[in-house]
Design a binder for this molecule. Structure first.
Ligand SMILES: Cc1ncc(COP(=O)(O)O)c(C=O)c1O
Length: 346
């Protein structure tokens, strides 16, 4: 592990990354203010920088991807509305049902292929209160996840993204992208980030995943949307005072850690191919487009975890016989060799 205070190969998630020495240096020198009063210059710089990179007007720094999605959903919807999202999406599976509790919304689930929805399926899932004699909730927001985490780190084809946004807008819905790993998609598909998100009304970007910052996400959208989102962030308790210290890491990550995501993708692919070639394990190689590898085994997930851990390799249990390995900026070629050897020894 490069620049990591442990000799274990930690592949549980790309969220385990720790601030590098260069990042700690920018934290040390960061100019700060009070972001709740709106005068932290480093937070403002980060928000403006990312908004510009995505071709949008404004951004809002928040503590996590979960908060970013929650603020987006609350800003776009009214209680009694329904959101439309893929059945394995992070918003549905892993955010504590926040859409229901914090926004008062129900959810319409769309089955996807490796986490990727088809526009026609999205269209069929949108229910409108108008014209239903009051029977239906009001579908008002479509959420896509790019890359799709449970899909295996898969990327949406651009035409599918564009069509889903059109379906949303044609049906009087807003379109939100959970772009926790959108930069992985940009690198993997060779597409300008601004083009990827062009037709989306809001985008959540995580700085603390593949980009390697310690904390934080930024919600991006129009000035009007962000002004409303600001109020919800306040109510959700998400205002942070001298947040420039962590925003500085986000700026550093955007400047230095985007292009290098390509290395993670190459390493993930090498790991996937090697493990898939072993007896007793399968990886759907079609799903390995970015930095994630979902592995199914003949052994139980706890047995796989325990066996790998004994050889200094940590992965995440994601099903009875399934584990996930995620490649990130601390992982070297030697770590991948060690991981392959640890799988071979099981
Ligand atoms: C696709 C996706 N969205 C949102 C999140 C939530 O991010 P956080 O853990 O910062 O709340 C994650 C976290 O892994 C994620 O994978």
């Amino acid at each position: 592990m490069r620049e990591y205070p442990s000799d274990r190969v930690d592949l549980r998630s790309d969220t385990v990354t720790q601030p590098t020495a260069a990042m700690r240096a920018v934290m040390q020198g960061a100019a700060v203010g009070d972001d709740v009063l709106g005068d932290d210059p480093t937070v403002i710089e980060l928000q403006n920088k990312l908004a510009k990179m995505l071709g949008k007007e404004a951004g809002l720094f928040v503590s996590s991807g979960t908060m970013s999605n929650a603020v987006a959903i609350r800003t776009h919807t009214n209680p009694g509305d329904e959101i439309v999202t893929e059945s394995t999406s992070h918003i549905y599976v892993y955010e504590g049902g926040g859409y229901a509790t914090l926004s008062g919304c129900s959810v319409a689930l769309v089955p996807g292929k490796l986490g990727i929805m088809e526009p026609n399926d999205v269209a069929m899932a949108i229910r409108k209160s108008d014209g239903s004699l009051g029977h239906y909730p009001n579908g008002s927001l479509v959420c896509v996840e790019n890359t799709s985490n449970r899909g295996g780190g898969t990327c949406y084809p651009q035409e599918t993204l564009d069509s889903i946004a059109k379906v949303a807008h044609d049906n009087d819905c807003q379109a939100h992208m959970d772009g926790a790993r959108m930069f992985n998609a940009a690198i993997a598909t060779g597409t300008d980030p601004a083009r990827i998100v062009r037709d989306y009304d809001s985008i959540s970007i995580c700085l603390s995943k593949g980009l390697g910052a310690p904390v934080g996400s930024v919600l991006i959208g129009s000035s009007d949307f962000i002004a409303h989102a600001h109020r919800w962030r306040k109510m959700f308790g998400g205002g942070m005072r001298q947040a420039g210290v962590i925003a500085a890491c986000g700026i550093y990550a955007l400047d230095n850690h985007v292009d290098r995501l390509a290395e993670d993708h190459v390493r993930a692919h090498r790991l996937a191919e090697a493990v898939n070639a072993m007896d007793g394990f399968t990886v759907n190689l079609d799903s390995v487009e970015t930095n994630m590898v979902y592995i199914n085994g003949e052994l139980s997930a706890p047995q796989i975890l325990e066996g790998l851990a004994a050889n200094g390799v940590d992965v995440l249990e994601v099903g009875p016989t399934a584990v996930r390995a995620v490649v990130h900026l601390h992982i070297t070629d030697e770590d991948i060799d060690r991981t392959i050897a640890a799988f071979a020894a099981l």
